[in-house]
Design a protein around this ligand. Structure first.
Ligand code: FAD
Length: 520
């Protein structure tokens, strides 16, 4: 039987197997050559003290003990080419994991995606970054893999159900992600690795008899006697099915408008909104690791911060160490920021959304839009920022201390945001109460993280697509829409997920409920 041990070691020992063996041989008093294998089960960083330690949970196998490398395999997928069809609208994490689960359950997914496949999407990302052209069907939010494809690929979630999370992580490993994601306390994949994984998932769906239709935008959902009948695409073609998973993400405004127009019940939902702050990564390392230089064995430091300011939560969101700020608009005439990182997180800057929780009452000026009031509030800020920055994909920007002091920055240095920035007094982007909270909040952040409040940090605006501004209500047990039979609102856009892992979990849940309902 291997021995399970909990250790605290230096970053150098944790990074080097032979040093780790030396260390263990002294700890458990066996010779190095008697140690056959060390399996790392969990790894996290403890940066609370000046001398940073790595916490490891390991299994140690001595010579003679039976060590077998565990290979993570895909589930037994069935050939579903002639099975009952289920429409899945959206090929984000919710839609793709719903499709895989349907196949596992013997049902045939027809995945309908408005955007292009992962490779085709790249050209459109270049067009936003370089030519300031936003394709409304193919961008950082829309296209194969959804919003998470060209992201940092952070894979942690607030969900408490460890079993569900492990299942998704194992599937990702079986589709080619590094097994390290099963071990790290805060796993991430990176923009350079995600597209291949997404492509392999799609190829598996097709190999097992499912269908994936790209560049196919759903423009109508057919409903008769409160039951779904199928969907219509932008060319007027109808695809028939009486089970539909609606996993179109938080940016599919036309889907929210369609549901509203058809009087399919939806409701406004609070979300969070603010700016994206960019610091030199070396500065964040110094703050988080209390050192001048992080050295070669520690990863670029992340941070996470929350404060209550004027009765509202202000917090860091989707922090990307060693990352890049991305232009995430989904329509011309608006600007939106978010962030991504490559797997090594080796860029010179650290960026994070810094957002404030909104309340339904904030949407009052847009009350005439009913359930779409939050969406219109969000849109108005994105459009305002677009005007202020010069009506391209440049975004309004300001140095952090200048912002807290209401001073327009004299110049903005080049940041990682490729389309560029325009120096603007950030207060003009947001309603007054939000600017005030942001100003006070940054001063508070500076007190907790010494060095964070600095003019070296550049704020970009807005960070506005944090979660869906709309909820599509569903029955808690059957997961069907409250009013429309056969319609399964799913993932982040419907208000049931926030992030890649929770969206994937929700996709699986909807697929399971459909299988269950067909057995009834
Ligand atoms: P989405 O991923 O939004 O997928 C919805 C899909 O539906 C899209 O592909 C869209 O094209 C398609 N669609 C929309 N309308 C239609 C229509 N009418 N017809 C057909 N198809 C349609 N989360 C993390 O957990 N970790 C991260 O590191 C992270 N980084 C991010 C970085 C960026 C730049 C962005 C934009 C997001 C990031 N997120 C991250 C958030 C994460 O991507 C989302 O939470 C997640 O993708 C939501 O999954 P989903 O499947 O519910 O929706």
């Amino acid at each position: 039987m291997p021995k399970e041990l909990l250790l605290q070691v230096t970053p150098e020992i944790a990074a080097n197997e032979s040093l780790l063996k030396d260390y263990l041989s002294k700890q458990i008093k066996v010779s190095v050559k008697d140690i056959q294998h060390i399996s790392i089960l969990k790894r996290s960083i403890d940066a609370r003290q000046k001398a940073i330690k790595i916490n490891l949970k390991i299994n140690i196998f001595l010579q003679g003990e039976n060590f077998v490398e565990q290979k993570i395999e895909l589930p037994e997928y069935k050939d579903v080419s002639t099975s009952q069809e289920v429409i899945v609208i959206g090929a984000g994490p919710a839609g793709l994991f719903a499709a895989l689960q349907l196949i596992e359950l013997g049902l045939k997914p027809i995945v309908i995606e408005r955007g292009k496949d992962v490779r085709g999407r790249r050209r459109d990302l270049k067009a936003i970054n370089v030519d300031h052209i936003v394709n409304e069907d193919s961008n950082y939010c829309f296209g194969e893999g959804g919003a998470g494809t060209y992201s940092d690929g952070k894979l942690y979630t607030r969900s408490k159900k460890r079993g569900d999370i492990d299942r998704i992580l194992k599937l990702l490993v079986a589709f080619g992600a590094t097994p390290d994601i099963l071990v790290e306390a805060h796993p991430h994949i990176g923009t350079n690795k995600l597209p291949q994984i997404i492509q392999d998932i799609r190829e598996k769906i097709i190999e097992m008899g499912g269908k994936v239709l790209f560049e196919t935008r759903v423009t109508d959902i057919l409903v008769k006697n409160n039951e779904v009948q199928g969907v219509v695409n932008q060319n007027g073609d109808t695809i028939v099915a009486n089970k539909i998973i609606l996993a179109t993400g938080h940016s599919a405004r036309d889907i929210f408008e369609l549901l509203d127009r058809k009087k399919i019940f939806i409701e406004a939902k609070p979300f969070a909104l603010g700016v994206r702050a960019e610091h030199p990564q070396s500065l964040i390392d110094q703050i988080q690791y209390s050192c001048d230089y992080r050295g070669e064995h520690l990863p670029p430091a992340p941070y996470s911060i929350v404060k209550q300011v004027n009765g509202r939560g202000m917090y860091s969101f989707c922090m990307c160490p060693g990352g890049v700020i991305a232009p995430c608009a989904t329509s011309p005439g608006e600007v939106v920021t978010n962030g991504w990182s490559p797997s090594k997180r080796d860029q010179a800057t650290a960026n994070s959304g810094i957002v404030i929780e909104l309340k339904l009452e904030d949407f009052k000026p847009f009350a005439k839009f009913g359930a779409l009031a939050g969406m219109e509030f969000q849109k108005s800020i994105e459009q305002n920022a677009w005007h202020l920055a010069g009506e391209t994909q440049k975004v309004p920007a300001q140095r952090m201390i200048d912002f807290t002091q209401n001073k327009v920055s004299k110049e903005i240095p080049k940041t990682s945001y490729v389309p560029g920035t325009t120096s603007v007094e950030m207060g003009q982007v947001f309603p007054g109460f939000l600017s005030q909270i942001l100003r006070e909040g940054f001063s508070e952040f500076g007190k907790s993280m010494k060095g964070y409040l600095t003019n070296e940090a550049i704020l970009h605006a807005p960070e506005s697509r944090t979660s869906s501004p709309v909820r599509i209500p569903r029955d808690e047990i059957t997961l069907e829409h409250l009013q429309i039979k056969g319609l399964y609102p799913c993932g982040e856009g419907a208000g049931y997920a926030g992030g890649i892992i929770s969206a994937a979990i929700d996709g699986e849940k909807c697929a399971l409920k459909i299988a269950e309902s067909l057995l009834r």
